[in-house]
Design a protein. Structure first.
Length: 272
């Protein structure tokens, strides 16, 4: 039974294929969210639901047909798009869609709070995110994991988990867990621009395909395997970099506005 997208080995024919494992994951995430939301007595919590559902939709698009099978076994460029969706696009929406009360309920138990505190330390999150990024783009990992459904599923979930840790630092959803101030979040974001340059450079400047799974796959587009790989590297570097720099810019303006609001009462007292 085909339950998750993996490299198939045959020609690509644009015939729709069902992946019930993807649907089940999306259903579990969505049902769990609304069940917890129903139990949560927090005014206005439901207003966050559209943001959360948009994050779930991006996960669905990344994992299901056609991006799922294309990225798993045919095009390295689509594989990179999947990484962007799983790691950089969906996680901030999922976190922003979680009401604080829902997160507080999760960390109510002492052991969960300790684990969450450890995993959400900036250095730990930085290390996990970038180790997962580099490890899942090594040829040895891709050529082994992408050819099995379990391996492909593990890679996708590693991207999602690392992305959630990464964006926790940026969004700081729980004040009681000591989130970084705005300058620290901006530095954290910018520091994560440099490590993706390593796999992006290998993909962009290699003179030959480095992934056997994409080199041996039947061509889907007019691009050769090497050209598709170069497109993957450019997509990782340019789109990922713009996403991070754009987020850093938003944080900078929020920091500026917060500083202005903090100084306003002082100025009013001085005038009085």
């Amino acid at each position: 039974m085909t339950w998750w997208c993996s490299a198939r080995g045959g020609p690509w024919d644009w015939a729709w294929q069902a992946y019930p494992g993807v649907w089940l994951l999306v259903a579990i995430i969505t049902a769990s969210y609304f069940w917890q939301l129903h139990r949560l007595a927090e005014p206005g919590a439901g207003r966050r639901a559209p943001v959360f559902l948009l994050g779930v939709l991006l996960l669905w698009l990344a994992a299901d047909w056609p991006l799922g099978p294309l990225g798993a076994g045919y095009l390295a460029s689509v594989h990179t798009v999947q990484w962007l969706l799983f790691s950089l696009a969906a996680p901030p929406l999922l976190l922003a869609g979680l009401p604080p009360g829902m997160l507080r309920r999760w960390v109510a138990r002492a052991w969960r709070r300790r684990v969450t505190r450890f995993l959400t330390r900036p250095l730990v999150a930085f290390a996990v995110f970038n180790i997962v990024l580099v490890a899942t783009h090594l040829p040895a990992a891709v050529d082994v994991l992408a050819v099995t459904q379990l391996g492909s599923f593990a890679m996708d979930m590693a991207w999602l988990g690392a992305g959630m840790l990464f964006w926790w630092q940026v969004l700081g959803p729980l004040p009681e867990l000591d989130p970084m101030p705005y300058p620290g979040r901006i530095v954290f974001l910018l520091a994560n621009v440099f490590v993706p340059t390593v796999p992006a450079a290998f993909l962009t400047f290699a003179d030959y395909p480095i992934y056997a799974v994409y080199e041996l796959a039947p061509r889907v587009t007019a691009l050769s395997a090497t050209q598709d790989q170069q497109l993957a590297g450019l997509t990782m570097k340019i789109v990922g970099g713009l996403w991070i720099f754009g987020t850093a810019s938003v944080l900078f303006f929020r920091w500026y506005r917060a500083e202005e609001e903090a100084e306003a009462p002082v100025s009013e007292r001085a005038r009085g």
